[in-house]
Design a protein around this ligand. Structure first.
Ligand SMILES: [Fe+2]
Length: 320
């Protein structure tokens, strides 16, 4: 895995409170210093970049924490700013997210194959932007927990890839899968932030509260949106396990919808391979090893093999 540079839109860089960090410009797969720490980023710079069709600059992994904090605050500020049009808000969130997703799977040899999935997620977000119910739901998740949103987007991108490798899905079904996966952790808005952000082990009562999120998310979305059964299935069953050891219903094997099975795999894989404050990210091969051995029986084995084909660099998959 390469290093994770975070894309920031030129519009965001011009925003108030943007931190003083070094900014990089992307050239192919390399990042070249554009502005060093301590140097001002002027509106002239912004204009020049925009004239050259540069929409994003990048922040190095060293400044990840400061930029994540800024992006979190900025995204919330953008969403809460009444003077901005819904379209502008959507654009900023969407552009940042799309670029983020694009940078998630840092295997350069797969970038070209990623286009189709990326486009699907774009369509998906278009849908979210145009369908009031779904977008509202997404917005709520975002302002409650930005990290959940980023994780959800990451899981969605991988799930779309895995579906396209494992099954022949219609465009509409792929959209349903994407929407359900984007909102899979929606129910976390019902879990107290102290529990979500707790670093140590959860008590039995806290664990029970946490484990309510799939069912609560499902019930809320079923009642308040027009999401399809496919989408709702992902929300409700993404913590079910192939051997029946999951929750909320303890379903087994084929009783779990296939998109929820895919969602579960992608959720666990993305959780293991992302950097978190409490521990470093695991490599794809270690994550897969854990899922195949330590968690044996938890996941559909064929789907795990498909995942391996997608994420292991020496085994490049052909997408669509
Ligand atoms: Fe979850």
């Amino acid at each position: 895995m390469g290093e994770l540079y975070v894309p920031v839109s030129i519009e965001s860089i011009q925003a108030e409170f943007f931190p003083d960090v070094a900014l990089f410009i992307r050239s192919g797969t390399k990042y070249i210093l554009y502005k060093s720490h301590g140097r001002n980023f002027s509106s002239l710079d912004a204009a020049r970049l925009m004239t050259n069709n540069v929409e994003f600059l990048f922040v190095s992994p060293a400044d990840l924490e400061v930029i994540t904090t800024f992006m979190e605050n900025n995204a919330e500020r953008v969403l809460n700013d009444d003077t901005l049009q819904a379209k502008t808000k959507g654009k900023i969130i969407y552009q940042t997210s799309i670029n983020f997703v694009g940078d998630l799977f840092e295997h350069p040899e797969k970038v070209s194959d990623f286009t189709r999935s990326k486009r699907l997620v774009e369509n998906l977000l278009h849908y979210l932007a145009s369908d009031k119910d779904s977008f509202n739901s997404l917005e709520t998740v975002m302002s409650h927990n930005y990290y959940t949103f980023v994780h959800s987007l990451q899981v969605t991108a991988l799930s779309v890839l895995l579906h396209s490798e494992a099954y022949l899905l219609s465009h509409d079904e792929m959209l349903d899968v994407g929407i359900g996966t984007l909102l899979h952790d929606f129910g976390k808005i019902f879990v107290a932030p102290e529990i979500l952000n707790k670093e140590g082990k959860l008590t039995a009562a806290e664990l029970e509260a946490y484990r309510g999120h799939p069912e609560e998310g499902y019930q809320y979305l079923k009642k308040n949106t027009r999401l399809s059964d496919i989408s709702l299935g992902v929300v409700r069953s993404h913590h079910e396990r192939n051997n029946g050891n999951g929750y909320p219903q303890g379903l087994k094997g084929p009783a779990i919808t296939r998109s929820a099975q895919v969602g579960a795999i992608c959720d666990v894989y993305c959780t293991l391979t992302i950097d978190r404050s409490c521990r470093k990210a695991l490599s794809s091969s270690i994550a897969l090893q854990i899922m195949k051995q330590e968690m044996k029986g938890s996941f559909n084995e064929r789907l795990l093999d498909v995942l391996e084909g997608i994420v292991c660099a020496d085994n490049p998959a052909q997408f669509l």
